[in-house]
Structures are given as structure tokens and as C-alpha cells.
Design a protein around this ligand. Structure first.
Ligand code: AMP
Length: 221
């Protein structure tokens, strides 16, 4: 069945930990040891913190790169919006992200860190999309393109996907049953009633839909 929107996969923290563990095993087998880790904000932060534990690294720094705007929509070219936060002079540095899609963010972050005087720089991601312009030195799994819904981005992604469904259907109101059907048709997403009611409460909190909530999902004017 052809989808009306981008194919999405909902990942949980067990998936993330598993991919992080696979990545760490590859680092250890390569016998290269980082002294510092740089997490790319925002997507790479959780992975970066897990790798500090798995690889025994205490120095954790950050850079911020903005590239993708709302879910599955690119926001022009990648931009370095916050430079490196720590001193990497003479250190072996591992730069970490969640996924390499176009690969522009990781390319930009690695180039930036290299310009800050480290001894050596390598890169890692949980997932690598086949065909990306940049292949990280280490990654957990290679996949075909899909929009991966990370557990740390669940409400943000679902809010924007559901808003797009309202726009696509040109309606202002739908029932939970209708929304479930559309999430399958648009994005191949299946969610539990509990997940949906939490998303609904979140969208009410953001002011995207009417709050307090009744049975329908009603867009706020
Ligand atoms: P890119 O510069 O295209 O490699 O991607 C930049 C960032 O956007 C990634 O680190 C992710 O946080 C996010 N992103 C890009 N593509 C995807 C995708 N297919 N699924 C989930 N997040 C993505």
C-alpha cells in the first residue's frame, strides 16, 4: 500500500540501547579509545551519554547543528548554531549523532571539531541510512530510509505528523478511530489507546488542539 506521508518507525529505549551497544562493541574491537565525546544537539545527546558509560569516557561536550525542521522536512542547509563547548586540544574525540541521513550534520560537526586542535577525530551514530553522503566510523545498524521516531522525540514527531494529517484531510476534527486509520495510511504507524491519549493531552497542553479534551480531536482555531 502506498503511504500518503513518510514511512515512520517508532523506536523504544530498548532499541536505542541495543544499537548503542552494537556501536560500542565496534569501537572496542577497533582498539581505538576516545578521551572525549562530543554529542550533537539535540539528536545525538542521549546516544552520546550512553557511549560515555559504555566506553568509559568522562569528558562529554556538545555542538549544536540545525538541519531538519519539523518531522521529516529539511530546513535548508545544515547550520552550526552553537560551537564546541569544551577543550579537545590533543585529545582523541568521538563525535556522536543519532542517525546519518544526508550526513551533513555529522560532516559539519566533525570538520568543526577537527578545527579545534584534537589529536584525532572519529564519528559514531546509532543508525546509518544506506546512501548517506557520510559514513560514520562506527554505527549500530544500516537501514533503508524511513523517519525514525526516537523515544526522546515521540511527542514532538507525533504532534507534527498528526497536524499534517489534519491538513492533508482538510478537516478540523476527527475521532480517535479515524486518527488511528489515518496514522496507518499516512505513516504506517500503529499506536495503543494509552499512547494516543497521552499525545492528545500533550497537544492540548501545547494548544494545538482544544483543551480540556472531549472524545474528538479538534484543532484549535
Ligand atoms: P542529517 O544532517 O540529514 O544527516 O540529519 C540531521 C539530523 O536530523 C539527525 O541527526 C537526526 O536527528 C535528524 N534526522 C534526519 N533524518 C532522520 C530520519 N530519517 N529519522 C529520524 N531523524 C532524522
Amino acid at each position: 500500500m502506498e503511504l500518503k506521508g513518510p514511512l515512520c518507525y517508532v523506536l523504544d529505549f530498548d532499541d536505542i540501547y541495543n544499537y548503542a551497544y552494537q556501536t560500542a562493541i565496534k569501537v572496542k574491537r577497533s582498539e581505538w579509545r576516545p578521551d572525549a565525546i562530543v554529542g550533537i544537539a539535540r539528536g545525538g545527546w542521549v546516544h552520546a551519554r550512553i557511549q560515555c558509560d559504555l566506553l568509559g569516557v568522562k569528558d562529554l561536550f556538545s555542538v549544536k547543528i540545525d538541519h531538519w525542521g519539523v518531522t521529516a522536512t529539511k530546513d535548508g542547509k545544515a547550520k552550526l548554531t552553537c560551537p564546541l563547548t569544551g577543550d579537545v586540544v590533543g585529545k582523541r574525540v568521538l563525535v556522536i549523532d543519532d542517525i546519518t541521513d544526508t550526513g551533513e550534520s555529522l560532516t559539519m560537526a566533525v570538520d568543526h571539531v577537527k578545527s579545534c586542535g584534537p589529536a584525532d577525530v572519529k564519528s559514531a551514530a546509532l543508525m546509518h541510512i544506506a546512501g548517506s553522503k557520510f559514513t560514520p566510523d562506527y554505527y549500530g545498524v544500516e537501514v533503508a530510509w524511513a523517519w525514525e521516531i526516537w523515544p526522546w522525540n515521540f511527542y514532538e514527531d507525533l504532534t507534527s505528523l498528526i497536524t499534517k494529517i489534519f491538513q492533508g484531510e482538510k478537516v478540523k476534527e476527527m475521532s480517535t478511530m479515524e486518527l488511528k486509520k489515518h496514522l496507518r495510511e499516512y505513516n504506517n504507524i500503529v499506536l495503543s489507546d494509552d499512547q494516543l491519549s497521552k499525545i492528545k493531552a500533550h497537544m492540548g497542553f501545547l494548544g494545538t488542539i482544544e483543551y480540556p479534551l472531549d472524545k474528538a480531536w479538534r484543532l484549535k482555531e
